[in-house]
Write a protein that binds this ligand. Structure first.
Ligand code: MN
Length: 351
């Protein structure tokens, strides 16, 4: 059975306006119909700033209709041979741009309560990633604790944080996540405006640029010794593909070896070994990663459908997987497309 480590909820348009305190109404995530660049657009605002705009009705026209409904959605999973999926926001990914402390906290609470009440309550096949506000680390810790009570096994932090992840200020947060067994997840396109350019080549440049913050986050956490101090902590890098992992591994090992006198803190193991056990990267289309399994190991790789987004594998999941994995060993394919995720999140498929 497949398990997707990268899937998305499509939130109701008024989720935050309905569920955040009235005093924060102007700064809550919300969508307005406006003219932009001479055309009608649906403009998403967060924290009073424009996060993104797109043609009206784009979401409804390009998403599988079942994806909005937690019950009907299970039929789409069945049709693809997927049992469980780790859920991330869609519009809610923009909440990572919020800079106002109270807005970040209340937006996260509204999302986490709603996801728990709708998706998580409907089926154990839905595995929730709680949105964690990071403007203030004390709020992050409080929301991790609250989310544990709501049944969340994963915490979503922005790939680009306000303060780099090698800073000691995060230490109590890493300790709490490790102690509670809650896995740390970072999704592409979070914490910075992914629209790096509107110039020549923008469509490809902006899509590829989303990879780099994930690499930086993994680099900072591994090099700062976070996984030495908290060996039970796991980082899942979501939707950035995986074939950057061997490059990062080679570069980090080279630095640790050849610049050893300057390496602080000293690491208990070469970076490659830390990454192989504690860092995971999801991909939906990445043939190249299967050529370097002796560098990355198998447990660092997770497959994700990215359902119901355009980049995803629905409705051709099995064909896409056959194309990627070709004659790869069946056991390796099964571990990457579900086995490792089942171990990480304790997923049991009924007989
Ligand atoms: Mn995704």
């Amino acid at each position: 059975m497949l398990h997707s480590a990268d899937s998305h909820i499509l939130e109701p348009v008024d989720l935050w306006l309905e569920n955040m305190p009235a005093s924060l109404r102007d700064l809550a995530p919300q969508t307005h119909k406006e003219q932009r660049r001479g055309r009608p657009q649906e403009v998403i605002y967060v924290d009073g700033k424009v996060a993104r705009y797109e043609p009206p009705g784009l979401q409804e026209q390009t998403r599988p209709p079942n994806a909005f409904d937690p019950v009907k959605r299970l039929e789409d999973l069945d049709s693809q041979g997927i049992w469980a999926e780790l859920l991330f926001p869609s519009v809610g990914l923009w909440c990572s741009l919020i800079e106002t402390r109270e807005v970040a906290l209340e937006a996260a609470k509204a999302y986490n309560d709603w996801q728990a009440d709708t998706f998580l309550r409907t089926s154990p096949r839905y595995i929730g990633a709680a949105m964690i506000p990071i403007v203030d680390v004390n709020d992050a810790i409080a929301e991790v604790e609250r989310s544990l009570g709501l049944g969340y096994p994963a915490a979503l932090l922005p790939a680009t944080p306000p303060v780099p992840y090698n800073d000691e200020l995060y230490e109590p947060l890493w300790a709490l996540l490790a102690e509670s067994g809650m896995h740390l997840c970072m999704h592409i396109g979070t914490g910075m405006d992914p629209m790096v350019t509107r110039g020549q080549g923008g469509a490809i440049i902006n899509y590829v640029e989303t990879l780099f913050p994930l690499q930086r986050a993994a680099l900072h956490l591994v090099a700062a010794g976070v996984f030495d101090r908290h060996p039970d902590l796991h980082l899942v890098c979501v939707e950035g593909g995986a074939s950057w992992l061997p490059g990062l591994i080679e570069r980090m090992d080279e630095a640790a070896r050849s610049h050893a006198d300057w390496v602080k803190p000293k690491l208990s193991r070469p970076p490659s070994e830390i990454i192989r056990t504690n860092v995971h990267a999801t991909f939906q289309n990445d043939k190249a990663i299967l050529l370097t399994l002796d560098v990355t190991g198998v447990p660092s790789l997770l497959w994700g459908s990215d359902y119901p987004h355009l980049e995803g594998t629905w409705p051709r999941t099995q064909q896409v997987l056959d194309d990627i994995f070709g004659d790869t060993d069946d056991d390796i394919r099964a571990r990457i497309t579900g086995g490792t995720m089942a171990e990480l999140f304790g997923i049991e498929v009924p007989a």
